[in-house]
Design a protein around this ligand. Structure first.
Ligand SMILES: *Cc1c(COP(=O)(O)O)cnc(C)c1O
Ligand code: SF4
Length: 342
């Protein structure tokens, strides 16, 4: 069943102009039962149960699914995408807007929290729905209504203290190269912007997204672009992704990775060290290892601070300093992310 449905989606999207990654993005599973069937799992026998009817629906591209081990309910990649029954637990301290982002929104579609940097919410869409996502309750409708990026661009033009624009979302690389090019052109015309940064998890689930068109956008001489990937587990970085990252690196793009520390996914020193190794091999430096944001539905992924610090110390003891990410957490009202261990 599930396979048949996937085949149909692929065929429908199979136009000659559709780039590879677009087809791969449309080739996905959005249904808990279909996902379990595909992986040979019985949803009724999963220890945490499943949530087949989540407000934050399942979304797993097949390109990512292929890296999940069939028949293993504890697979660390599966845990990141399967809606678990524990998402319904109400846990004190976990809410809809843990970072109080609503307070840092001068105009719709733009977050300004930190000195010199502004974050553009360019889209509400993501290639994958990560169950730990801190924006799972984000009011994208408010941010993306009406004139799209117009107000945000106007705000940026006026604010010459802003030197860096960060494209985020949702996931900015769910946008096609044409639309990205149009946005980058507007941004490039703002003289006080010196740095361009993109945060994206799309390449991790669909490496083909790092295509030639994107390469030429990011290697443009206007500024030195930084791409921050969001990989959480070494198995998420396959040979194809590594090769594409190295190509971007050769073109002068700075490549960093931001991971989230997740119970049952990457909360052991071997996994984190292997992640750093894989990243290094791809020419990507570990940037942050984030403590989970207290978003409702994700409490079961939390790792206590004392364990997080111990894991960080274990990494320090076995890796060169430049392969140890900063352990950080986002705290509302602070001037920067809080570094728990550097
Ligand atoms: C995390 C974040 C940034 C970037 O912080 P860095 O420490 O520079 O990576 C900027 N704006 C917002 C709103 C953020 O949440
Ligand atoms: S890609 Fe990022 S924004 Fe999108 S669901 Fe995953 S964690 Fe959230």
């Amino acid at each position: 069943m599930a396979l048949k449905r996937l085949a149909m989606i692929t065929q429908e999207a199979d136009g000659w102009q559709v780039p590879d990654w677009r087809r791969l993005q449309a080739d996905l599973i959005t249904d808990v039962a279909a996902l379990c069937e595909h992986l040979g799992l019985d949803p009724a026998r999963l220890p945490d149960g499943v949530d087949a009817d989540s407000d934050f629906p399942l979304r797993v591209p097949r390109r990512y699914l292929d890296r999940i081990e069939p028949g293993n309910p504890d697979d660390p990649l599966l845990r990141q995408v399967l809606a678990s029954g524990r998402e319904r637990e109400t846990v004190p301290g976990y809410g809809a807007d843990p970072l109080e982002e609503a307070e840092h929104t001068p105009v719709p579609g733009l977050l300004h929290k930190y000195h010199g940097r502004a974050l553009l919410v360019v889209t509400g869409a993501c290639a994958v729905h990560c169950r730990y996502c801190f924006r799972r309750h984000f009011p994208y409708q408010t941010h993306l209504s009406g004139g799209r990026w117009k107000q945000a661009l106007a705000w940026l033009r006026e604010r010459d203290d802003i030197r860096e624009v960060i494209l985020s979302g949702g996931d900015p690389l769910t946008l096609g190269n044409e639309r990205l090019a149009a946005l980058l052109e507007e941004l490039a015309a703002i003289p006080h912007l010196d740095r361009l940064r993109l945060h994206s998890r799309t390449p991790v689930v669909i490496p083909e997204r790092l295509d030639d068109g994107l390469l030429s956008l990011l290697e443009a001489p206007r500024w030195r672009a930084t791409l921050v990937l969001h990989a959480n587990h070494p198995r998420e970085i396959d040979a194809d992704l590594a090769a594409r990252c190295r190509t971007l690196g050769r073109a002068g793009v700075t490549l960093l990775n931001q991971a989230v520390l997740l119970a049952g996914v990457n909360d052991d020193a071997d996994t984190l060290a292997a992640l750093s190794d894989r990243l290094h091999d791809a020419g990507v430096l570990p940037y942050y290892l984030h403590q989970l944001d207290a978003v409702a539905g994700a409490a079961h992924f939390a790792v206590p601070d004392h364990r997080a610090r111990a894991l960080h110390a274990a990494l320090r003891a076995r890796l060169p300093g430049f392969l140890v990410p900063r352990l950080a957490r986002e705290e509302p009202g602070e001037a920067a992310k809080t570094v728990l261990a550097g």
